[in-house]
Ligand binder design. Structure first.
Ligand code: SIN
Length: 290
């Protein structure tokens, strides 16, 4: 197939033009896409992709099992109201509300640095977000390359971080990013809390990344609160420097596929409610971080 791949930054990300799925996805094509994704450090933008919800799910399943698939774990209960009524594998992000007052998706989803679902024993691997409706300007999503951020640390800091583990807890976001009536208290009973290494290695490439995020990481295991805060604050400041970032300006029908194992992301909510934004996301269940 004659599609065109262009790099998005010096360090990571690629955009793909003229990618056709008219005859459906064959195994070779998906393998090519996954290879391109790995080579691009876990971020690809496929432009102008007509994708039904069913095709979106079937493409996503090539990356791995999906949260919400009836055979797999769902996302946390708090977001169940945003799941597509006909497709439990699709999480909807939107500022739109239907006539009967029911949200068409989570408004302001991910408006903080995070890695999807890092609070589970098996956090998200890929997220595949398809833009259905976007505002004329604004609503960009920013990505931070945590492999490059790791590489840029001194050897002394790498040695210091290597043996450390951190706790990731949905409660951190629930208390700061969600309004009280929306949060399902049951989500705070331990099922959404996990301990992961601060540095993880991507099995497919052997590349190491920082794996902590302000959205869900509560503290570093075994350190005093002040010690933990000092290290995490340093890492967040370090890993969100401009040289590690790519800011995506969406076009309708863009499909973004990012790797939560090596990237954090931040959804910028700078558009008004009367400018609709509607996106559908499939989220792949990854391996236990090592
Ligand atoms: C998310 O965190 O998955 C939402 C990203 C976005 O809406 O841009």
């Amino acid at each position: 197939m004659n599609y065109l791949i262009k790099p998005l930054t010096q360090g990571f990300g690629a955009e793909i033009f003229n990618f056709e799925m008219a005859e459906g996805l064959n195994e070779n094509l998906t393998q090519e896409l996954i290879e391109t994704w790995n080579k691009a450090g876990g971020l690809i933008v496929v432009h102008n992709l007509n994708l039904s919800s069913k095709q979106h799910i079937s493409l996503s399943k090539h990356f791995g099992p999906l949260f919400g698939d009836p055979k797999e774990d769902p996302l946390q209960d708090t977001v169940s109201r945003y799941i597509h009524p006909d497709h439990p594998e699709i999480y909807r992000v939107s500022n739109q509300v239907s006539k009967d007052g029911i949200p068409r998706g989570r408004k302001g989803a991910g408006t903080y640095w995070h890695s999807d679902v890092s609070f589970r024993e098996r956090p998200a691997q890929a997220s595949l977000l398809h833009a259905k409706t976007i505002p004329p300007v604004g609503g960009d999503t920013i990505f931070a390359d945590q492999a490059a951020a790791y590489d840029a640390l001194s050897d002394g800091m790498k040695d210091l971080l290597a043996p450390l583990f951190a706790w990731h807890d949905f409660e951190v976001a629930a208390r700061t990013q969600y309004s009280k009536p929306v949060v399902v208290e049951n989500d705070m009973n331990g099922a959404n809390c996990a301990r992961h290494p601060l540095i993880r290695t991507k099995p497919e490439t052997g590349r190491k990344s920082l794996f902590v995020n302000p959205g869900f990481t509560s503290h570093i295991d075994g350190l005093d609160a002040n010690e933990s805060k000092a290290i995490l604050d340093f890492l967040y400041q370090h890993s969100t420097q401009p040289q590690f970032l790519y800011r995506h300006r969406w076009a309708e029908k863009d499909l973004l596929i990012w790797d939560n194992r090596s990237l954090m992301h931040f959804a910028v909510m700078d558009y008004p409610d009367n400018e609709p934004r509607y996106m559908e996301r499939c989220t792949v269940i990854g391996e236990r971080p090592v």
